[in-house]
Design a protein around this ligand. Structure first.
Ligand SMILES: NC(=O)c1ccc[n+]([C@@H]2O[C@H](COP(=O)([O-])OP(=O)(O)OC[C@H]3O[C@@H](n4cnc5c(N)ncnc54)[C@H](OP(=O)(O)O)[C@@H]3O)[C@@H](O)[C@H]2O)c1
Length: 278
């Protein structure tokens, strides 16, 4: 079995490459920067997905990494006799696009799933909730600068999932037939409000951190200062608004698939406390 991993140096791709390699599978890791990729010896590092496909049996599709090439890569995979596609989609892929900020970064989580489903090949679609590292990266600059994290909707909730858990499920999607033909909704073990998520970081760091709800105008200003568009801010605000009255979905898929619970937010924060150090 030879597995092509697109987005291989990324949040999910890297632990997936390492997990498949450790399981004894031949892995072709696709990256634009092969010289600095830093994968274990024995992993093939390839600078284009086109070069990686001949002779491959399965492909991990990351729409951010594939960009405009996504649809062509699925067609090429079919031509090259690939048997299985595992798509990295998102829990909110079916939501109105106005509530999907990631689309404004070019992510195509709805399409990557649909192309896999329509490919005629075996497919699995992984639909993760917000990644723990993404939440942390968004808040870390404010936590380094002070004790207040400002943002929309203090009572909006998410159930952040640890990237390594997504990668471990993705590895199962390749190494077993258990998930074929499934759209697998992956979340952390608990839905927590913004207030609760920030309080956990404060407990771990032993600091009096708190989340302060700010107006949508302030959110837009902050996002534009950080180099993101006002449209991105509006989509983020709209995404969070949907969980103010209805708590975020929590699934037990990680535990059912891996036979152990999904990693909780407090544990992940504890392991990554250095990310918040000034
Ligand atoms: N973050 C979240 O909370 C979240 C939640 C649910 C779903 N998702 C979805 O997960 C996917 C992202 O996965 P990820 O976080 O593992 O990816 P990532 O770490 O952002 O990127 C994966 C790799 O793709 C390459 N890449 C990044 N941006 C690129 C671009 N503009 N053009 C070409 N290559 C690019 C980079 O590799 P090289 O530089 O080595 O080429 C990067 O290491 C997206 O579809 C996103 O919507 C994210």
């Amino acid at each position: 079995m030879t597995i092509v991993v697109t987005g291989a140096t990324g949040a999910v791709g890297r632990p997936l490459v390492e997990g498949l390699h450790a399981a004894g599978v031949a892995v072709r890791a696709v990256t634009r920067h092969p010289d600095t990729a830093g994968f274990p010896a024995g992993v093939s590092i390839v600078d284009s997905v086109g070069a990686a496909l001949p002779g491959a049996s399965a492909v991990f599709l990351n729409s951010r990494a594939l960009g405009e090439d996504l649809v062509d890569v699925v067609a090429a995979a079919r031509r090259h006799g690939v048997k299985r596609l595992v798509a990295l989609s998102a829990l909110n892929a079916d939501d109105d696009f106005s509530r999907q900020p990631s689309r404004l970064r070019g992510d195509r989580n709805k399409e990557v799933e649909q192309y896999a489903v329509d490919s005629g090949l075996q497919w699995v679609s992984l639909r993760p909730a917000a990644f723990a590292a993404t939440v942390a990266n968004m808040w870390a600059p404010q936590i380094k600068a002070g004790d207040t994290v400002g943002g929309p909707y203090a009572t909006a909730s998410i159930a952040p999932i640890v990237e390594a858990d997504i990668a471990a499920v993705a590895a199962r999607a390749f190494l077993t037939d258990d998930l074929v033909g499934r759209k697998v909704e992956l979340t952390g073990p608990q839905a927590m409000t913004n207030t609760e998520l920030v309080a956990v970081i404060g407990e771990v760091l032993d600091r009096p951190l708190h989340y302060q709800q700010v107006s949508n105008d302030v959110v837009r200003q902050r996002f534009t200062t950080a180099g993101l568009s006002p449209e991105f801010a509006d989509a983020y605000i709209a995404m969070l608004a949907a969980t103010v009255d209805t708590p975020a979905l929590v699934t037990t898929e990680v535990e059912e698939i891996l036979g152990r619970p999904a990693e909780p937010w407090p544990q992940w924060v504890s392991e990554h406390r250095h990310q918040f150090a000034s």
